[in-house]
Design a protein around this ligand. Sequence first.
Ligand SMILES: *[C@@H]1O[C@H](CO)[C@@H](O)[C@H](O)[C@H]1NC(C)=O
Ligand SMILES: *[C@@H]1O[C@H](CO)[C@@H](O)[C@H](O)[C@H]1NC(C)=O
Length: 280
Amino acid sequence: MTPLKYLTTLICFVFIAIRAASGEVRNEFGEVGGEVSFGSTSLNPSVSSIIWKHRSSTGPVVKAIEWDPAEDPDVSIPNPRFKDITTLNEKTGEITITNLTVEHSGFYTIDINSKEQEQRFSLTVMAPVPKPVIKIEKIEMNPNAVNLKCEYNETIIWKNSAGETLKGSPHTPKGELITAEKKGNPDVFYTCTLKNAVSESTSDPVYERDLFEESGLWWIALIVIPVLILALFVLLYKFWTKSHRKQYNLASEGNKMKEDAVSPDQKNVYKNGISDATQR
Ligand SMILES: *[C@@H]1O[C@H](CO)[C@@H](O)[C@H](O)[C@H]1NC(C)=O
Ligand SMILES: *[C@@H]1O[C@H](CO)[C@@H](O)[C@H](O)[C@H]1NC(C)=O
């Protein structure tokens, strides 16, 4: 063998070994509480028995479901982990597990006619991602930008209202952060989406108008201040005319009082005069 031929043969062997080790495992994913089916193959009609076995990362190999009509016409589910939630399609060999828990994760193999098949299945059961909430963090030195944080231990996808995917930077201890610059458009928004193999969930959008409050106040001030000034003028005018009228009223009332004040005196003088006259 020439060295080149030797090398080629070696590479071929490595290739075959890698394919044998990895090619026969199919990855399956299930959601906690959900349902999964796998192992559907077109079985040859001479199938006389099927056994699905499960090996978790810690425990021993257990039988998940067994169908052997020569022994028992019913399928049997010996392990409590699979009881009442596992079914088998005897025609295709497909196994279905409902009410999944994390304990159903692990490797599954299928024996057909008491012969273990080469294809194996790796099942990963995981919790669905929660609905994320974006946290807003002001940047002290820059009033025209804020940091948006999505603090989850999952795959994170940031998007803006234009549908563009934004690149986040890692945030410790977990999650990602983006910096939102002020665009001068209050309707611009940002979302954070969490994703795992079984689910995805998107946050409520965070709008620019909620990120830069001062700019909002500035616009409000621009409208409110002239209205306030106008209102002040109206009030002043009303107050002025009212006080003017009051002064006028006071003046006329004063005159009336003078009149009223005069007559009793006069009456008194008159009365006194009379009494004086009678006394005399
Ligand atoms: C499976 O979950 C359903 C509801 O999702 C429930 O009604 C049923 O009782 C559960 N079955 C078992 C065996 O836990
Ligand atoms: C999530 O955090 C746990 C520990 O809290 C860690 O074991 C796991 O690898 C993390 N998962 C991801 C996707 O980062």
